[in-house]
Design a protein around this ligand. Structure first.
Ligand SMILES: Cc1cc2nc3c(=O)[nH]c(=O)nc-3n(C[C@H](O)[C@H](O)[C@H](O)COP(=O)(O)OP(=O)(O)OC[C@H]3O[C@@H](n4cnc5c(N)ncnc54)[C@H](O)[C@@H]3O)c2cc1C
Length: 268
């Protein structure tokens, strides 16, 4: 089975800061990691590959430094890594990003002469947080989509996905080729061995550019030109904290008073 895992390099922080003038994320001085949900997708793909054979390819669209994220995926079980990177892709919103990724998928499939049986994305990126790229990719490729997948089996040409929902989970069957977005799984992603890390460090990472895809790529759908999202204004929420001591005569009275305060503030 041939599986493609879309990964995004994200800042290793929960304290995202926005440049007030450019309205973009401030990435300087912040170390980067592979988006957490994508590492679960990669582990899911590697486990499927170990059961059924085949290959796992990781792909990311980003600046050349995103190769570091791809190398860490090669260390953690991926067989091949592809970077999609070029100037015309800068300024892409989620629609343009997913369009460019879909074009790269189509290019790789034409080259191999076969389709990826399964394309996995994370549920969402922990920086951009829109959760749009996976569903948009399925739309561009015209392939069925299952979101919020936490476990996956493959039997006789059909996947059975466990899909998390607000009340529990659904079990959904789908035939290949398809797209899924992945949530946290019951198992943790594997750690790379030293040997795998060294191999990944020297591995060849291919770059796909606009020129590579020139036969089919519509440049008007890439970058700022191809992005209907307009960032009009960004603000950083102000944090306010207030501290109130409760000093009643007994623990029971303290608890009662605390419950009153929380109820007044509509917390409980
Ligand atoms: C007007 C505008 C301009 C922008 N310009 C830039 C820019 O110049 N440079 C820039 O880096 N960002 C830019 N962005 C942000 C960029 O569009 C998003 O980071 C990107 O589309 C992913 O969205 P997200 O983070 O919400 O991912 P989600 O949709 O939350 O991600 C879900 C999953 O999709 C996959 N995925 C997401 N992004 C990628 C990727 N790049 N490669 C492979 N798989 C991916 C991963 O599996 C991820 O877990 C811009 C956004 C806007 C609105």
């Amino acid at each position: 089975m041939n599986i493609l895992v879309c990964i995004k390099q994200v800042p290793d922080t929960t304290e995202i800061k926005i440049d007030p003038e450019k309205h973009t994320l401030i990435r300087d001085g912040v170390p980067s990691i592979v988006n957490t949900f994508d590492t679960y997708g990669l582990e899911m793909a590697c486990r499927l590959k170990e059961e059924t054979g085949g290959t796992v390819t990781v792909v990311t669209m980003g600046l050349p430094q995103a190769k570091n994220a791809l190398r860490s995926c090669l260390g953690a079980g991926a067989d091949e890594a592809v970077l999609i990177s070029d100037r015309p892709f800068g300024g892409s919103d989620t629609l343009a990003t997913s369009y460019i990724i879909s074009q790269a998928v189509a290019f790789l499939e034409r080259e191999k002469g076969s389709t990826f049986d399964l394309i996995l994305c994370g549920k969402q990126a922990i920086d951009g947080d829109t959760a749009q790229v996976g569903p948009e990719l399925s739309e561009h490729l015209g392939r069925p989509l299952i979101t919020y997948v936490s476990a996956l089996k493959y039997r006789n040409g059909e996947f059975e996905a466990k899909r998390e929902n607000d009340d529990g989970y659904d079990r959904i069957g789908v035939k290949a080729p398809c797209v899924m977005t992945v949530v946290k799984t019951a198992y943790e992603p594997r750690y790379p061995t030293l040997k795998a890390k060294i191999r990944a460090q020297w591995a060849d990472i291919r770059t796909i550019t606009a020129e590579t895809m020139k036969d089919t790529l519509d440049l008007s759908r890439c970058g700022l030109k191809g992005s209907p999202t307009k960032v009009v204004r960004t603000t950083t929420p102000q944090r306010q904290s207030e501290c109130q001591y409760i000093k009643e005569a007994s623990p029971a009275l303290n608890a009662g008073k605390l419950a009153d305060i929380l109820a007044r503030k509509k917390v409980i």
